[in-house]
Design a protein around this ligand. Structure first.
Ligand SMILES: NC(=O)c1ccc[n+]([C@@H]2O[C@H](COP(=O)([O-])OP(=O)(O)OC[C@H]3O[C@@H](n4cnc5c(N)ncnc54)[C@H](O)[C@@H]3O)[C@@H](O)[C@H]2O)c1
Length: 351
């Protein structure tokens, strides 16, 4: 049985990916510092695996710690080899992800995202673990005004967060070039991950002020925010509000399983692949669908455009469909309904 190391595995996308891998029989070792998640998620994953799925599921382990602690990381790789259960591949989610915070505190972001990746890759190299799937982002692309974004579209991030993702991709490419017979590397460039597992037990937790649409909808519905600010109503789109490509987090989780399979079954390589649905929805369309499907009120107001926003960010996902034997299974309605179910579950615990 092969062991997959999942860094940041208790976070939003990591927890759903752990679930997906475990139900396919893979063993998973999670490392997470809990800087943006809680240990409760580990119990949630274990319970979901135990209650909802077949008996032949994988085993899950969790170690709390920061990836930047390289000595500790080396010990983990070493110990796994000594017990004859080496780490065979890595999915690297751990990192900080708030665009706004990265603008205010670039040192924190460069340190967290770059140094943790350097530490991870140096341990991987030392202990001959050469397969990695990295969480990259559509924020590395230059904000464009029309058309779908392909992997060859211009990369020109406009904030420190995007710069760290772009830099890590460059670093991984350098590593691959240093020994093309050694490394298997895939950068998955996510568009807008949303939704939650259908159980409503795991989903997106936001510490602090959210800046993405779905977490903001959650805060508005729960009364923590008065209304939703829609930035700009004169964009060149069908209703004047921005268009985004929302991908259900379970589809995204499945893309990681497919990427691991692809690396396992193919020779060494370096690839960057967009993970989105290829379909865009405006902010107003989402507000309308979310409130209608879940029977909730979502008060909103229009504000000025935000600097750096693009009118439309939609993936050309042809490469993912061709290479990964993967296709999104969920639609925008699932995204709205599943995300609301998770919200209700969370609010019922607070009461
Ligand atoms: N959610 C999105 O919209 C989105 C879009 C594109 C890319 N990404 C990338 O995907 C990855 C996962 O995103 P997410 O939404 O699940 O974020 P998240 O914050 O929910 O999960 C990240 C996890 O990593 C952990 N972590 C952070 N720094 C760490 C460190 N140094 N050592 C150990 N653990 C650490 C956090 O505690 C958290 O559990 C991130 O790298 C993010 O940049 C996210």
């Amino acid at each position: 049985m092969s062991l997959v190391l999942i860094t940041g595995g208790l976070g939003f996308i990591g927890s759903h990916t752990c679930l997906s891998l475990l139900t396919k029989g893979l063993d998973v070792l999670i490392i997470d510092s809990l800087v943006n998640s809680s240990k409760e998620n580990f119990l949630n994953i274990k319970n979901l695996v135990k209650n909802n799925y077949k008996p032949q599921v994988g085993k899950v382990f969790f170690l709390k710690g920061d990836l930047r602690n390289n000595k500790w990381l080396d010990e983990i790789f070493k110990k796994q080899i000594s017990i004859d259960n080496p780490i065979d591949s890595v999915i690297h989610f751990a990192g900080l992800k708030s665009v706004e915070e990265s603008v205010l505190n670039p040192i924190k972001y460069w340190d967290a995202n770059i140094n943790s990746t350097l530490s991870l890759l140096s341990s991987m190299e030392k202990f001959n673990c050469n397969s990695i799937v990295f969480s990259s982002s559509a924020t590395i692309y230059k904000p464009v005004y029309e058309g779908r974004i392909t992997e060859n579209s211009l990369k020109e991030p406009i904030n420190p967060y995007g710069n760290t993702k772009n830099t890590i991709e460059t670093f991984l490419k350098d590593l691959y070039i240093s020994d093309k017979k050694k490394w298997k590397i895939i950068n998955l460039r996510y568009f807008n991950p949303v939704g939650a597992h259908e159980s409503g037990k795991i989903g997106e937790e936001t510490v602090g002020k959210p800046s993405n649409l779905f977490p903001i909808l959650g805060k508005v519905i729960s009364g923590e925010m008065e209304n939703l600010s829609i930035f700009g109503k004169d964009w060149p789109t069908k209703d004047g509000t921005c268009v985004r490509d929302y991908i259900h987090v379970m589809d995204l989780a499945e893309a990681h399983f497919s990427a691991l399979q692809f690396l396992k079954n193919n020779p060494t390589q370096f690839k960057s692949i967009n993970i989105g649905t290829g379909k865009g929805y405006t902010v107003l369309e989402i507000v309308e669908k979310y409130s209608k499907l879940n029977n909730v009120d979502i008060p909103y107001k229009f504000s000025d455009r935000r600097s750096g926003d693009a009118s439309s960010v939609v993936a050309d996902n042809t490469l993912a469909l061709e290479l990964l034997n993967w296709k999104p299974q969920k639609n925008i309605e699932d995204c709205c309904v599943d995300s609301y179910r998770f919200l209700l579950n969370k609010l019922s615990k607070i009461k």
